[in-house]
Ligand binder design. Structure first.
Ligand SMILES: C[S@@+](CC[C@H](N)C(=O)[O-])C[C@H]1O[C@@H](n2cnc3c(N)ncnc32)[C@H](O)[C@@H]1O
Length: 261
């Protein structure tokens, strides 16, 4: 496991500022890309029937997509203001303020939990968070979660962001786990891992505007979050080539789908 450090005021401060700067997402997501592709797969596997939790729902792209399509889904986040902003757009969306390490739900409530980009933000309590996630999923239900990888891609991303683990001004930013560590974390909490897939969500190559798709050369976060981070031809050749050669090293994230046993 490797830890990334950045110059901000800690996890809550980072997400508060991030969501203060971004408009609420629409429910329009690309189901061929992360995270839509993985959410779709997980919800098809989810048994027994029951509601779905999106843990760490943020600005609501996944939550709104499924709510608008009639799925019984609730969003949870520890940033109350982003939940209030979602409710200003649509007050009927079920939301809960809370922390992933101490979920405000009874045991065995959900048929599936979606948790994209959440667990790697925990400076402490990773095992406790995974155990509490298991507690609220019905036995046989599904967890679909992504984790920042301890690999070359994220080392390069951190280097470009000027991150250095030795500077005292920097604060905890993200955990980076190997695939084996991520699988062991889920197994310890009472899951059987069914699949692990490597995902290039926002590659370090995307930091170079010359490699981005023309429609995203000027970066608009909500659009990129909805459609996926898109490259032009050169960017695609570089990124796809790198992913074909060494997916475990060139992906940002690993996504696991795991069954509660
Ligand atoms: C990478 S964002 C993902 C947002 C959303 N799932 C998506 O895919 O667009 C991670 C989210 O987790 C939330 N979060 C981080 N730590 C949390 C915690 N300990 N408890 C609850 N939510 C947390 C953040 O506020 C943020 O909204």
């Amino acid at each position: 496991m490797r830890i990334s450090y950045r110059a901000h005021g800690g996890a809550q401060d980072y997400w508060q500022r991030r969501w203060d700067d971004v408009a609420v997402d629409s429910g329009s997501i690309n189901l061929d890309r992360y995270p839509g592709r993985f959410a779709e797969h997980a919800l098809k596997l989810a048994r027994p029937a029951g509601p779905v939790l999106e843990a760490g729902c943020g600005a609501g792209r996944v939550l709104r997509h499924y709510h608008e399509r009639g799925v019984e889904i609730i969003g949870l986040d520890f940033i109350a203001s982003v939940l209030a902003a979602i409710h200003r757009e649509d007050a009927r969306i079920p939301l809960a303020a809370g922390d992933i390490t101490n979920l405000p739900f009874p045991n065995e409530t959900f048929s599936a939990v979606l948790a994209f980009g959440l667990y790697h933000g925990l400076e402490a309590g990773l095992d406790e968070a995974m155990a509490d996630t298991r507690r609220v999923i019905k036995t046989g239900g599904v967890l679909c979660a992504s984790m920042r990888l301890d690999n070359l891609q994220n080392r390069m991303t951190d280097r470009l962001a000027g991150t250095s683990a030795s500077s005292e001004r920097l604060r905890f930013h993200k955990l980076n786990l190997t695939t084996a560590e991520f699988k062991a974390l889920a197994t310890r909490a009472g899951f059987e891992v069914e699949t692990v897939q490597y995902v290039e969500n926002m590659s370090f190559l995307y930091k170079f505007p010359a490699l981005r798709h023309a429609s995203q050369r000027v970066f608009r976060e909500n659009e990129a979050r909805g459609k996926g981070y898109r490259f032009n031809l050169t960017g695609n050749i570089l990124q796809r080539g790198a992913m074909a050669i060494a997916p475990a090293q060139m992906a940002n994230l690993a996504v696991i789908t795991a069954r509660a046993i």
